[in-house]
Write a protein that binds this ligand. Sequence first.
Ligand SMILES: *Cc1c(COP(=O)(O)O)cnc(C)c1O
Length: 404
Amino acid sequence: MPRVYLSVPHLGEREERYVREAFASNWITSAGPQLEAFERAFAARVGRPAVALASGTAALHLGLRLLGVGPGTEVIVSDLTFVASVNPIRYLGASPVLVDADPATWTMDPARLAEALEDRAKRGRRPRAVVVVHLFGQCADLDPILEICRRHGIPVLEDAAEALGSLYHGRPAGTLGDVGAFSFNGNKIITTSGGGMLVASRPEWVERARHWSTQAREPGAAYHHLELGYNYRLSNVLAAIGRGQLEVLDERIAQRRAVERCYREAFAGVPGLSPMPEAPYGFHTHWLSCFLVDEDAAGASRDDVLRALAAREIEARPLWKPMHLQPLHAGCPRYGGEVAEELFERGLCLPSSSSLAPEDQAEVIDTVLRVLRAGRTRRAAPAADAVPGDQRMAAGETATGGQP
Ligand SMILES: *Cc1c(COP(=O)(O)O)cnc(C)c1O
């Protein structure tokens, strides 16, 4: 088992207190006061009505259905993301269309999106929705994206699974488009062990999603059903954890940002090692601390760095593998993909937990600096078994001289 993990849950006493309340009330299933309190607190925090669900993936699935995504439709989605942004498009029988990342933000490139929508229109295939993913704690550039989508009359679903607490021009990620999806998976900035939240611009959409999430059972004692539903509601026990976590969200953001700042300062001036860019329009939570390794300048490759960290029981990962490189989604039409591919080849995520111990972070930094320094030294000096320069030249002359 790795000793230093990428991103772990960070729980405290208040989460336990709310869970005890849930037990004491005997509300331990898919209804209860903790759920109501969690949703109320979440809605107050982001400024939109919210429904708590079993996962972020469930929130994306219901959000897409709210926007009318169904069999035979197309949905535009970021190429560089976790697979859960794309799978729910397939659950609904629709087809994903992939759009490349902008190297300045690593999120969906608005120019590529415009190109994609124009091209789809020319082919007579107007996509039913655009799923824009906020990555590693940073918002996509929503103003141009929303503008382009408005022009084409296409609704926007924000996948804010990695961006709870992030801001775009001062407004919370997930609340600028038509629907927003959040995740409380165990590795996210706050967790309910597993869970998600859907928010929407229209309260009636949130009520529809809530209805679908509980098997779409109609009111009344009889088990009467008009629509297809799911078992997607978060449990009251897990909502209790979420309630406690939400109260410390700002603290967790500050801690994650401090972790990233510490790496960034330690790596400042190191050739070939650059941090994920921070877009000027937003507030980046740095859910994960991400860096790019330029092998030529750094003296070692991204994989050399990952191997050195693994050897010291430190968990680090590449960035998300782009969807167009996944056998699962490889056949999808795409607009670009080269940027996502290069980020995937050169990028890495370092241990980023809000509870990361300073001595553990120091070891991560030391390991990274060492492997890069060793690589540069190896390149600057001739290898031990190589013939030194002068002798090599002499030997070459002799050999050449000996040739006919
Ligand atoms: C984590 C994540 C999801 C899925 O959330 P779950 O709660 O694990 O279902 C979706 N999209 C992105 C970008 C994610 O990082």
